[in-house]
Design a binder for this molecule. Structure first.
Ligand code: 5GP
Length: 216
């Protein structure tokens, strides 16, 4: 008797790293993606930056003091970390383990430097995706769209985003988030996840189960 399992459930959890410079629409795309693929576990990072309005402890981040964060680093509690805009940001080992142990795919929403660290640490187990707006003009328009910040702040963000996009060749995939088409972009990322689960190296346990002995 064969038991039906979705392709994504045949293999152990993968690690999906998503980076997106500001203006890429990363938040919206990830939210849609989570609705499309319920077996994703989004890791909540630790940071020393101040809590923004509408955020909550343990939902957006675990908020730490500098001393607490440095202690975490010293005791090996983070998988990767970086300093971004003067604040520490890092992936907690405990979060990553909890999600992978539950058989879920681990999603890390982190910047370029952290993405590189995860790739070095995990090799093929991690797949990296950079999310970008369809053009530099559109990306700048989205940054300006918020309308609350002055030109200097926006110019600095635009510059930083351009620097980050230059790192795209280091990623496995680049997904374009066309304007008003966030769901399509989320579906594109879902295709990446599905394809990664079907990679032959991930399927080896499954293939071995076809045979009684050491035929392969
Ligand atoms: P924000 O302060 O806007 O929430 O995040 C700033 C940047 O830090 C974003 O690019 C976000 O992806 C990145 N970030 C958030 N958490 C982590 C983390 O745990 N590690 C790394 N390396 N970057 C992170």
């Amino acid at each position: 008797m064969s038991e039906h399992r979705d392709a994504m459930e045949r293999t152990a959890g993968m690690v999906l790293v998503i980076s997106g410079p500001s203006g890429s629409g990363k938040g919206t795309v990830i939210e849609i993606l989570r609705g499309l693929a319920p077996n994703l576990g989004l890791s909540v990072s630790a940071t020393t930056r101040a809590m923004r309005e509408g955020e909550a402890e343990g939902v957006n981040y675990y908020y730490k003091t500098r001393e607490q964060f440095e202690e975490l680093i010293a005791e090996g509690g983070v998988l990767e970390y970086t300093i971004y805009n003067g604040n520490y940001y890092g992936t907690l080992k405990s979060e990553a383990e909890r999600i992978l142990d539950a058989g879920q795919d681990l999603v890390l929403e982190i910047e370029v430097d952290g993405a590189g660290q995860i790739k070095r640490l995990m090799g093929d187990r991690a797949t990296t995706v950079m999310l970008i707006a369809p053009s530099a003009e559109e990306q700048e328009r989205r940054l300006r769209g918020r309308g609350t910040e002055d030109d200097d702040v926006i110019a600095a963000r635009v510059k930083r985003a351009r620097e980050e996009i230059k790192e795209a060749p280091k990623y496995d995939y680049v997904a374009v988030n066309e304007t008003d088409r966030a769901e399509e972009c989320a579906r594109d990322i879902l295709s990446i996840i599905r394809a990664e689960h079907m990679r032959s190296d991930r399927m080896m346990t499954y293939i071995h189960d076809y045979f009684d002995d050491d035929e392969i």
